[in-house]
Design a protein around this ligand. Sequence first.
Ligand SMILES: [Zn+2]
Length: 331
Amino acid sequence: MLRLASAGVAARAFLRAQTSPAPAIPSWNTELRQLAPNIYAYTQASGPGVDNASLSNAGVIAGDDLLAIDALGPPVHAKAFIAAARKATGKPFGRLVNTHHHRDHTNGNCFFLPAEIVGHEFCRQAVIDQGIPEHPYADRPQWQEGMEQLRLTPPSTTFADRLTYRYGGTEVQLIYNGPAHTWGDVMVYVPQHKILFAGDIAFYYVGPAGHNGHLTKWLDAIDRAMQIDADIIVPGHGPVGTKRELAETRAYLDLLIREVTKRWRAGMTPGKAAADIDMGRFSGWTNPERIVWNTVRLYAEFNGSLTPQMDVAGTARAMDEYTAVLKARAR
Ligand SMILES: [Zn+2]
């Protein structure tokens, strides 16, 4: 049973987060951090000005063996995470949960075998559809080692709504919370310790990547997550935080949606709209160009043409237009 904070308490916490000054943008380290006796968050170093692509987070819950929350992407990332978890606990992974299908969360799946791999039904199909794992990071030689070892490894176990495991007396709830960032978003909640692994519902100080998302429903997913009784939230990207930062993710998306709506109504093209938007206090978040992906998604939503798949050609066109506007402005 999901523990719900009373609506009033959640609403007050949310309002507080909305009205308090914006938190300063931190940098964060690659580390396996113990959050409770048998629970760990694994973050990968990043911060302002760093291209955050594929620097995703993971988690560990320890019982007789380990449950992993996400597998990371490039083999060097997955292997470093596995080694850190082994070192801290002395135990092997028996199970892996994919919070969604994106490569930076699932490419490393093959390194967790023979562990059971669990995900939402949509996630399994999307991993199969995206095909043989590969990473378009020819420009990052430090990530290339072991790429040839990647094998297509979709979740073998799927669920639709909820699934609960027990690790040494600790209840671990898998909760479907999509469509939002994708159509298959899953969060992992540990009520006993009030810890929520939110997956890519939560981007902390990192530009939200909505290329497979339903952005207005993403707000609803955040509202549902805000209702969960959690003191610690591990985002899919960014440092470990709380509901304060989750409210910031929401405020980012809310501002973006409002600004895009105005420009869609005015008949601007998506690339020009994206270049025209001032994200204000969120301007320092990494990967500002993702505003183009998100604008294209919102236009599709407003035009009634949104599907779970990315509009690759439309996004490329919009990105060209966005880049051209920025270049002309810099002249
Ligand atoms: Zn993602």
